[in-house]
Design a protein around this ligand. Structure first.
Ligand SMILES: *Cc1c(COP(=O)(O)O)cnc(C)c1O
Length: 449
Protein backbone atom coordinates (compact mmCIF):
# COMPACT_ATOMS: atom_id res chain seq x y z
CA UNK A 1 0.00 0.00 0.00
CA UNK A 2 1.38 3.44 -0.99
CA UNK A 3 1.78 6.26 1.45
CA UNK A 4 -1.16 8.58 1.85
CA UNK A 5 -0.41 12.06 0.46
CA UNK A 6 0.21 14.58 3.23
CA UNK A 7 -2.40 17.17 3.84
CA UNK A 8 -2.13 19.76 6.60
CA UNK A 9 -4.85 19.51 9.25
CA UNK A 10 -7.67 22.06 9.25
CA UNK A 11 -10.25 23.03 11.76
CA UNK A 12 -13.69 23.29 10.18
CA UNK A 13 -16.47 25.19 11.82
CA UNK A 14 -19.78 23.52 11.02
CA UNK A 15 -22.44 26.24 11.14
CA UNK A 16 -25.46 24.98 13.02
CA UNK A 17 -27.66 27.40 11.08
CA UNK A 18 -26.69 26.04 7.69
CA UNK A 19 -30.21 24.98 6.98
CA UNK A 20 -33.29 26.71 8.30
CA UNK A 21 -35.09 23.38 8.20
CA UNK A 22 -32.82 22.10 10.99
CA UNK A 23 -29.35 20.67 11.24
CA UNK A 24 -27.73 19.54 8.03
CA UNK A 25 -28.05 15.84 7.44
CA UNK A 26 -25.16 13.81 8.82
CA UNK A 27 -26.37 10.70 6.99
CA UNK A 28 -24.62 9.58 3.87
CA UNK A 29 -27.14 9.18 1.08
CA UNK A 30 -26.38 6.04 -0.90
CA UNK A 31 -27.81 4.85 -4.20
CA UNK A 32 -26.33 1.78 -5.83
CA UNK A 33 -28.68 1.42 -8.78
CA UNK A 34 -31.39 2.98 -10.90
CA UNK A 35 -34.32 0.63 -11.51
CA UNK A 36 -32.09 -2.29 -10.60
CA UNK A 37 -29.26 -1.32 -12.96
CA UNK A 38 -25.97 -0.83 -11.13
CA UNK A 39 -24.60 2.72 -11.40
CA UNK A 40 -21.04 1.55 -12.10
CA UNK A 41 -22.23 -0.82 -14.82
CA UNK A 42 -23.98 2.14 -16.43
CA UNK A 43 -20.87 4.32 -16.43
CA UNK A 44 -18.63 1.40 -17.49
CA UNK A 45 -20.80 0.93 -20.53
CA UNK A 46 -21.86 4.47 -21.40
CA UNK A 47 -19.26 6.71 -19.76
CA UNK A 48 -19.51 9.66 -17.39
CA UNK A 49 -21.20 12.01 -17.07
CA UNK A 50 -24.39 10.21 -18.03
CA UNK A 51 -28.06 11.09 -18.04
CA UNK A 52 -30.32 8.18 -17.15
CA UNK A 53 -34.11 8.06 -17.54
CA UNK A 54 -36.48 5.57 -15.97
CA UNK A 55 -39.30 4.55 -18.28
CA UNK A 56 -41.04 2.92 -15.33
CA UNK A 57 -41.13 6.18 -13.43
CA UNK A 58 -42.28 8.15 -16.46
CA UNK A 59 -45.18 5.82 -17.14
CA UNK A 60 -46.11 5.66 -13.48
CA UNK A 61 -46.17 9.46 -13.20
CA UNK A 62 -48.19 9.78 -16.40
CA UNK A 63 -50.73 7.15 -15.38
CA UNK A 64 -51.13 8.69 -11.94
CA UNK A 65 -51.64 12.19 -13.37
CA UNK A 66 -54.00 11.06 -16.12
CA UNK A 67 -56.01 9.06 -13.60
CA UNK A 68 -56.22 12.07 -11.26
CA UNK A 69 -57.90 14.12 -14.00
CA UNK A 70 -59.85 11.52 -15.97
CA UNK A 71 -61.41 10.08 -12.81
CA UNK A 72 -62.74 13.55 -11.97
CA UNK A 73 -63.69 14.92 -15.38
CA UNK A 74 -65.15 13.17 -18.44
CA UNK A 75 -63.20 14.78 -21.26
CA UNK A 76 -59.45 15.04 -20.67
CA UNK A 77 -56.49 15.18 -23.04
CA UNK A 78 -52.81 15.57 -22.14
CA UNK A 79 -50.31 17.28 -24.43
CA UNK A 80 -46.65 16.47 -23.87
CA UNK A 81 -44.66 19.69 -23.45
CA UNK A 82 -41.79 19.15 -25.90
CA UNK A 83 -39.55 21.82 -24.46
CA UNK A 84 -39.47 20.03 -21.10
CA UNK A 85 -37.69 17.11 -22.79
CA UNK A 86 -37.88 16.47 -26.50
CA UNK A 87 -35.62 13.47 -26.94
CA UNK A 88 -37.50 11.17 -29.32
CA UNK A 89 -37.51 8.24 -26.93
CA UNK A 90 -38.98 10.40 -24.17
CA UNK A 91 -41.68 11.89 -26.43
CA UNK A 92 -42.45 8.40 -27.69
CA UNK A 93 -43.20 7.06 -24.22
CA UNK A 94 -45.67 9.88 -23.55
CA UNK A 95 -47.25 9.60 -27.00
CA UNK A 96 -47.70 5.87 -26.38
CA UNK A 97 -49.42 6.73 -23.12
CA UNK A 98 -51.87 8.86 -25.12
CA UNK A 99 -50.47 12.39 -24.99
CA UNK A 100 -50.57 14.62 -28.06
CA UNK A 101 -47.74 17.14 -28.63
CA UNK A 102 -47.46 20.65 -27.20
CA UNK A 103 -44.86 22.80 -28.95
CA UNK A 104 -43.70 26.39 -28.51
CA UNK A 105 -41.63 27.08 -31.62
CA UNK A 106 -41.42 26.26 -35.30
CA UNK A 107 -38.47 23.99 -34.52
CA UNK A 108 -40.52 21.97 -32.06
CA UNK A 109 -43.44 21.94 -34.49
CA UNK A 110 -41.21 20.49 -37.20
CA UNK A 111 -39.83 17.99 -34.74
CA UNK A 112 -43.28 16.72 -33.79
CA UNK A 113 -44.35 16.48 -37.44
CA UNK A 114 -41.18 14.64 -38.45
CA UNK A 115 -41.83 12.31 -35.57
CA UNK A 116 -45.17 11.41 -37.17
CA UNK A 117 -47.54 13.46 -35.05
CA UNK A 118 -50.40 14.83 -37.16
CA UNK A 119 -51.09 18.54 -37.18
CA UNK A 120 -54.43 18.07 -35.43
CA UNK A 121 -52.55 16.44 -32.56
CA UNK A 122 -50.20 19.37 -32.08
CA UNK A 123 -50.89 22.29 -29.78
CA UNK A 124 -48.91 25.23 -31.09
CA UNK A 125 -48.12 27.78 -28.36
CA UNK A 126 -45.50 30.48 -27.95
CA UNK A 127 -45.06 34.24 -28.18
CA UNK A 128 -43.43 34.10 -31.63
CA UNK A 129 -44.59 31.88 -34.43
CA UNK A 130 -42.97 32.77 -37.74
CA UNK A 131 -45.44 33.44 -40.55
CA UNK A 132 -44.43 30.46 -42.68
CA UNK A 133 -44.75 28.14 -39.75
CA UNK A 134 -48.21 29.55 -38.88
CA UNK A 135 -49.25 28.86 -42.44
CA UNK A 136 -48.05 25.25 -42.31
CA UNK A 137 -49.66 24.71 -38.91
CA UNK A 138 -52.96 26.21 -40.10
CA UNK A 139 -53.00 24.09 -43.26
CA UNK A 140 -52.30 20.99 -41.19
CA UNK A 141 -55.09 21.70 -38.72
CA UNK A 142 -52.91 22.31 -35.66
CA UNK A 143 -54.34 23.85 -32.51
CA UNK A 144 -52.92 27.34 -32.78
CA UNK A 145 -52.99 29.38 -29.60
CA UNK A 146 -52.73 33.07 -30.43
CA UNK A 147 -50.43 35.16 -28.26
CA UNK A 148 -50.65 38.70 -29.71
CA UNK A 149 -52.80 41.02 -31.84
CA UNK A 150 -50.11 40.82 -34.52
CA UNK A 151 -50.59 37.10 -34.67
CA UNK A 152 -54.32 37.62 -35.25
CA UNK A 153 -53.40 39.72 -38.30
CA UNK A 154 -50.90 37.14 -39.49
CA UNK A 155 -53.45 34.37 -39.22
CA UNK A 156 -56.05 36.37 -41.12
CA UNK A 157 -53.57 36.75 -43.92
CA UNK A 158 -52.89 33.02 -43.79
CA UNK A 159 -56.66 32.41 -43.93
CA UNK A 160 -56.85 34.51 -47.10
CA UNK A 161 -53.89 32.74 -48.66
CA UNK A 162 -55.24 29.30 -47.87
CA UNK A 163 -58.80 30.28 -48.68
CA UNK A 164 -60.15 28.78 -45.50
CA UNK A 165 -61.44 29.70 -42.08
CA UNK A 166 -58.91 28.82 -39.38
CA UNK A 167 -59.92 27.41 -36.02
CA UNK A 168 -57.94 29.13 -33.26
CA UNK A 169 -57.68 29.55 -29.51
CA UNK A 170 -56.32 32.51 -27.59
CA UNK A 171 -53.82 32.48 -24.79
CA UNK A 172 -54.87 34.30 -21.65
CA UNK A 173 -53.12 35.75 -18.66
CA UNK A 174 -54.78 36.86 -15.45
CA UNK A 175 -54.35 37.76 -11.83
CA UNK A 176 -54.25 34.53 -9.84
CA UNK A 177 -52.89 36.07 -6.68
CA UNK A 178 -49.27 35.22 -7.45
CA UNK A 179 -46.30 37.49 -7.99
CA UNK A 180 -44.81 37.99 -10.46
CA UNK A 181 -47.75 37.63 -12.82
CA UNK A 182 -46.88 36.05 -16.14
CA UNK A 183 -48.55 38.90 -17.98
CA UNK A 184 -46.28 38.90 -21.01
CA UNK A 185 -47.97 35.88 -22.57
CA UNK A 186 -51.32 36.17 -24.27
CA UNK A 187 -54.17 38.55 -23.55
CA UNK A 188 -55.00 39.87 -20.11
CA UNK A 189 -58.47 39.10 -18.78
CA UNK A 190 -58.94 41.76 -16.09
CA UNK A 191 -57.96 44.69 -18.29
CA UNK A 192 -60.51 43.71 -20.91
CA UNK A 193 -57.76 42.93 -23.41
CA UNK A 194 -58.87 39.30 -23.80
CA UNK A 195 -62.40 40.36 -24.73
CA UNK A 196 -60.89 42.96 -27.10
CA UNK A 197 -58.97 40.16 -28.81
CA UNK A 198 -62.19 38.16 -29.16
CA UNK A 199 -63.93 41.18 -30.67
CA UNK A 200 -61.00 41.75 -32.98
CA UNK A 201 -61.15 38.14 -34.18
CA UNK A 202 -64.91 38.41 -34.63
CA UNK A 203 -64.61 41.65 -36.62
CA UNK A 204 -62.09 40.04 -38.97
CA UNK A 205 -64.46 37.19 -39.74
CA UNK A 206 -61.67 34.90 -40.90
CA UNK A 207 -60.91 32.93 -37.79
CA UNK A 208 -63.10 30.66 -35.73
CA UNK A 209 -62.43 30.93 -32.02
CA UNK A 210 -63.02 27.58 -30.35
CA UNK A 211 -60.59 27.34 -27.46
CA UNK A 212 -59.10 29.19 -24.51
CA UNK A 213 -55.61 28.56 -23.20
CA UNK A 214 -53.45 29.74 -20.36
CA UNK A 215 -50.27 28.56 -18.68
CA UNK A 216 -49.81 30.45 -15.44
CA UNK A 217 -46.25 29.57 -14.50
CA UNK A 218 -43.93 26.72 -13.71
CA UNK A 219 -43.26 24.85 -10.47
CA UNK A 220 -46.47 26.27 -9.01
CA UNK A 221 -46.58 25.36 -5.33
CA UNK A 222 -50.11 26.65 -4.80
CA UNK A 223 -52.82 24.37 -6.20
CA UNK A 224 -55.39 27.05 -5.50
CA UNK A 225 -53.86 29.26 -8.20
CA UNK A 226 -55.26 26.74 -10.70
CA UNK A 227 -58.69 27.04 -9.20
CA UNK A 228 -58.62 30.80 -9.75
CA UNK A 229 -57.21 30.36 -13.24
CA UNK A 230 -59.83 27.80 -14.29
CA UNK A 231 -62.66 29.84 -12.78
CA UNK A 232 -61.60 32.95 -14.68
CA UNK A 233 -61.28 30.97 -17.89
CA UNK A 234 -64.78 29.52 -17.54
CA UNK A 235 -66.24 32.95 -16.78
CA UNK A 236 -64.59 34.35 -19.90
CA UNK A 237 -65.86 31.39 -21.90
CA UNK A 238 -69.40 32.20 -20.77
CA UNK A 239 -68.95 35.86 -21.63
CA UNK A 240 -67.71 34.95 -25.10
CA UNK A 241 -70.55 32.53 -25.73
CA UNK A 242 -73.11 35.07 -24.46
CA UNK A 243 -71.87 37.90 -26.67
CA UNK A 244 -70.60 36.20 -29.83
CA UNK A 245 -71.50 33.22 -32.00
CA UNK A 246 -68.36 31.39 -30.98
CA UNK A 247 -68.60 28.10 -29.13
CA UNK A 248 -65.68 27.27 -26.92
CA UNK A 249 -65.11 23.54 -27.26
CA UNK A 250 -61.98 23.32 -25.18
CA UNK A 251 -60.13 24.83 -22.25
CA UNK A 252 -56.39 24.30 -21.99
CA UNK A 253 -55.04 25.06 -18.52
CA UNK A 254 -51.36 24.59 -19.43
CA UNK A 255 -48.76 22.98 -17.21
CA UNK A 256 -46.63 24.12 -14.30
CA UNK A 257 -47.33 21.44 -11.69
CA UNK A 258 -44.35 21.07 -9.38
CA UNK A 259 -42.21 17.95 -9.16
CA UNK A 260 -40.71 16.62 -5.94
CA UNK A 261 -37.67 18.81 -6.41
CA UNK A 262 -36.25 21.16 -3.82
CA UNK A 263 -36.63 24.76 -4.95
CA UNK A 264 -34.03 27.02 -3.32
CA UNK A 265 -35.65 29.33 -0.79
CA UNK A 266 -38.40 26.84 0.04
CA UNK A 267 -37.43 25.50 3.43
CA UNK A 268 -39.93 22.70 3.76
CA UNK A 269 -38.96 19.43 2.10
CA UNK A 270 -40.73 18.74 -1.23
CA UNK A 271 -42.85 16.03 0.41
CA UNK A 272 -44.53 18.81 2.40
CA UNK A 273 -44.20 21.83 0.12
CA UNK A 274 -45.33 20.24 -3.15
CA UNK A 275 -49.07 19.62 -3.66
CA UNK A 276 -50.07 16.15 -4.86
CA UNK A 277 -51.36 15.66 -8.40
CA UNK A 278 -54.78 15.03 -6.83
CA UNK A 279 -54.64 18.48 -5.23
CA UNK A 280 -54.00 20.08 -8.63
CA UNK A 281 -56.68 17.96 -10.31
CA UNK A 282 -59.20 18.75 -7.60
CA UNK A 283 -58.50 22.49 -7.86
CA UNK A 284 -59.03 22.51 -11.62
CA UNK A 285 -61.98 20.15 -11.91
CA UNK A 286 -63.85 21.62 -8.93
CA UNK A 287 -63.61 25.04 -10.59
CA UNK A 288 -65.08 23.51 -13.76
CA UNK A 289 -67.98 21.89 -11.92
CA UNK A 290 -68.71 24.99 -9.87
CA UNK A 291 -68.85 27.27 -12.88
CA UNK A 292 -70.02 25.23 -15.88
CA UNK A 293 -73.64 24.45 -16.64
CA UNK A 294 -74.34 20.80 -16.01
CA UNK A 295 -73.76 18.68 -19.11
CA UNK A 296 -71.79 21.32 -20.99
CA UNK A 297 -68.27 20.09 -20.42
CA UNK A 298 -65.67 21.40 -22.85
CA UNK A 299 -62.64 19.23 -23.45
CA UNK A 300 -59.95 19.84 -20.86
CA UNK A 301 -56.36 19.95 -22.09
CA UNK A 302 -53.32 19.78 -19.83
CA UNK A 303 -49.78 20.51 -20.89
CA UNK A 304 -47.96 19.28 -17.83
CA UNK A 305 -44.25 18.74 -18.49
CA UNK A 306 -42.02 18.94 -15.46
CA UNK A 307 -44.27 16.91 -13.18
CA UNK A 308 -44.21 13.90 -15.53
CA UNK A 309 -40.49 13.65 -16.15
CA UNK A 310 -38.42 15.39 -13.49
CA UNK A 311 -38.21 12.51 -11.03
CA UNK A 312 -37.54 10.03 -13.83
CA UNK A 313 -34.22 11.67 -14.67
CA UNK A 314 -30.79 11.24 -13.06
CA UNK A 315 -27.35 12.57 -13.84
CA UNK A 316 -24.38 10.40 -12.90
CA UNK A 317 -21.16 12.33 -12.45
CA UNK A 318 -17.59 11.48 -11.41
CA UNK A 319 -15.35 13.28 -8.92
CA UNK A 320 -12.23 14.36 -10.77
CA UNK A 321 -10.35 16.49 -8.25
CA UNK A 322 -10.54 17.98 -4.77
CA UNK A 323 -8.93 20.52 -2.51
CA UNK A 324 -9.57 22.58 0.60
CA UNK A 325 -10.80 26.14 0.09
CA UNK A 326 -9.49 29.06 2.18
CA UNK A 327 -12.85 29.26 3.98
CA UNK A 328 -12.49 25.69 5.18
CA UNK A 329 -14.97 24.05 2.87
CA UNK A 330 -13.93 21.03 0.90
CA UNK A 331 -14.19 21.54 -2.83
CA UNK A 332 -14.96 18.83 -5.37
CA UNK A 333 -14.67 19.13 -9.13
CA UNK A 334 -17.16 16.88 -10.91
CA UNK A 335 -17.26 16.07 -14.61
CA UNK A 336 -20.80 17.55 -14.92
CA UNK A 337 -21.81 21.09 -14.05
CA UNK A 338 -24.20 23.85 -15.00
CA UNK A 339 -23.50 23.14 -18.66
CA UNK A 340 -25.76 20.10 -18.11
CA UNK A 341 -27.78 21.46 -15.20
CA UNK A 342 -29.04 24.83 -16.23
CA UNK A 343 -31.63 24.50 -13.49
CA UNK A 344 -28.94 24.36 -10.77
CA UNK A 345 -29.50 28.06 -10.21
CA UNK A 346 -32.99 27.35 -8.87
CA UNK A 347 -32.89 23.88 -7.37
CA UNK A 348 -31.04 22.14 -4.59
CA UNK A 349 -30.58 18.61 -5.87
CA UNK A 350 -30.35 15.34 -4.09
CA UNK A 351 -26.73 14.20 -4.24
CA UNK A 352 -26.28 10.49 -3.60
CA UNK A 353 -23.09 8.47 -3.41
CA UNK A 354 -22.78 4.97 -4.79
CA UNK A 355 -20.68 3.71 -1.88
CA UNK A 356 -20.42 4.50 1.78
CA UNK A 357 -17.23 6.47 2.46
CA UNK A 358 -15.14 6.52 5.62
CA UNK A 359 -14.52 9.71 7.47
CA UNK A 360 -16.60 12.46 8.93
CA UNK A 361 -19.18 14.48 7.10
CA UNK A 362 -18.13 18.02 6.32
CA UNK A 363 -19.50 20.94 4.32
CA UNK A 364 -18.50 20.84 0.69
CA UNK A 365 -18.72 23.00 -2.40
CA UNK A 366 -19.52 20.82 -5.39
CA UNK A 367 -18.43 22.34 -8.70
CA UNK A 368 -18.67 21.31 -12.30
CA UNK A 369 -15.83 21.27 -14.86
CA UNK A 370 -16.36 24.71 -16.42
CA UNK A 371 -13.86 27.51 -15.99
CA UNK A 372 -16.55 29.75 -14.61
CA UNK A 373 -17.06 30.66 -10.99
CA UNK A 374 -20.81 30.18 -11.32
CA UNK A 375 -20.40 26.50 -12.16
CA UNK A 376 -21.85 25.33 -8.85
CA UNK A 377 -23.92 22.18 -8.36
CA UNK A 378 -24.24 22.73 -4.62
CA UNK A 379 -22.48 25.38 -2.55
CA UNK A 380 -23.06 23.75 0.79
CA UNK A 381 -23.74 20.07 1.15
CA UNK A 382 -22.55 17.67 3.83
CA UNK A 383 -20.36 14.97 2.33
CA UNK A 384 -17.83 12.47 3.59
CA UNK A 385 -14.37 12.64 2.05
CA UNK A 386 -14.81 11.42 -1.52
CA UNK A 387 -12.20 9.40 -3.36
CA UNK A 388 -11.10 10.49 -6.80
CA UNK A 389 -13.19 8.67 -9.41
CA UNK A 390 -16.11 8.08 -7.07
CA UNK A 391 -19.56 8.57 -8.53
CA UNK A 392 -22.40 10.78 -7.48
CA UNK A 393 -26.03 10.59 -8.64
CA UNK A 394 -27.81 13.92 -9.01
CA UNK A 395 -31.61 14.00 -9.05
CA UNK A 396 -34.28 14.90 -9.92
CA UNK A 397 -33.02 16.29 -13.24
CA UNK A 398 -35.46 14.94 -15.85
CA UNK A 399 -37.15 18.25 -16.64
CA UNK A 400 -35.49 20.82 -18.91
CA UNK A 401 -31.90 19.53 -18.47
CA UNK A 402 -31.57 17.87 -21.86
CA UNK A 403 -33.24 20.76 -23.65
CA UNK A 404 -31.47 23.61 -21.87
CA UNK A 405 -28.02 22.01 -21.66
CA UNK A 406 -25.28 23.87 -23.45
CA UNK A 407 -22.25 23.02 -25.48
CA UNK A 408 -19.96 25.51 -23.74
CA UNK A 409 -16.44 24.00 -23.76
CA UNK A 410 -17.59 20.39 -23.40
CA UNK A 411 -19.43 17.75 -25.39
CA UNK A 412 -22.87 16.84 -24.22
CA UNK A 413 -22.90 13.35 -22.76
CA UNK A 414 -24.86 10.21 -23.54
CA UNK A 415 -28.43 9.70 -22.43
CA UNK A 416 -29.72 6.25 -21.51
CA UNK A 417 -33.26 4.98 -21.02
CA UNK A 418 -33.93 2.03 -18.71
CA UNK A 419 -37.01 0.27 -20.04
CA UNK A 420 -39.82 -1.50 -18.17
CA UNK A 421 -37.81 -4.75 -18.10
CA UNK A 422 -34.69 -3.09 -16.73
CA UNK A 423 -32.85 -3.15 -20.07
CA UNK A 424 -30.77 -0.12 -20.99
CA UNK A 425 -30.98 1.74 -24.31
CA UNK A 426 -28.70 4.50 -25.56
CA UNK A 427 -31.15 7.23 -26.63
CA UNK A 428 -28.61 9.95 -27.41
CA UNK A 429 -24.91 9.49 -28.11
CA UNK A 430 -22.12 11.57 -26.64
CA UNK A 431 -21.29 14.41 -28.99
CA UNK A 432 -17.99 14.72 -30.79
CA UNK A 433 -16.12 17.49 -32.59
CA UNK A 434 -17.99 16.84 -35.82
CA UNK A 435 -21.34 17.61 -34.13
CA UNK A 436 -20.11 20.94 -32.86
CA UNK A 437 -18.40 22.05 -36.08
CA UNK A 438 -20.77 20.60 -38.67
CA UNK A 439 -22.37 23.95 -39.48
CA UNK A 440 -19.19 26.03 -39.53
CA UNK A 441 -17.71 27.42 -42.73
CA UNK A 442 -14.12 28.62 -42.86
CA UNK A 443 -13.54 31.25 -45.57
CA UNK A 444 -10.93 30.11 -48.08
CA UNK A 445 -8.48 32.94 -47.30
CA UNK A 446 -8.43 32.04 -43.59
CA UNK A 447 -7.53 28.39 -44.12
CA UNK A 448 -4.06 27.45 -43.09
CA UNK A 449 -1.73 25.54 -45.34
C1 LIG B 1 -43.29 25.19 -20.65
C2 LIG B 1 -44.73 25.11 -20.93
C3 LIG B 1 -45.48 24.04 -20.44
C4 LIG B 1 -44.93 22.98 -19.51
O1 LIG B 1 -44.62 23.55 -18.28
P1 LIG B 1 -44.17 22.63 -17.02
O2 LIG B 1 -43.86 23.63 -15.96
O3 LIG B 1 -42.96 21.87 -17.47
O4 LIG B 1 -45.31 21.75 -16.68
C5 LIG B 1 -46.81 23.98 -20.81
N1 LIG B 1 -47.37 24.93 -21.60
C6 LIG B 1 -46.68 25.99 -22.07
C7 LIG B 1 -47.34 27.00 -22.92
C8 LIG B 1 -45.33 26.12 -21.75
O5 LIG B 1 -44.64 27.17 -22.20
Amino acid sequence: MGKKPYESPTIIKIESSMSKAGLPSMQQKIRKDIDGVDIHELTDEYGSPLFVFSERKMRALYKEAYEAFSSRYPNVQFGWSYKTNYLQAICSVFHQEGAIAEVVSEFEYEKARKFGIEGKDIIYNGPYKPYDSLKIAASEGAKIHIDTFDEISDLEKVADELGMKIAVAIRLNMDIGMEPQWSRFGFNIESGQAMDAVRRIEAGGKLDLNGLHSHIGTFMLDANAYKMQTTKMVLLMKEIEAHTDYIITYLDVGGGFASKAHLKGVYQPPEIAVPSIDDYAEAITSALYENLEHGNYPRLYLETGRHLIDEAGYLITTMTGTKRLPDGRRNYIMDAGVNLLYTAFWFKYDLELTERQDGMMEPALVNGPLCMNIDVIDDSVMLPRLKRGSKMVISPVGAYSVTQWMQFIRYRPSVVLIDMQGQTHLIRETEELQDVEARERLPEYLKHE
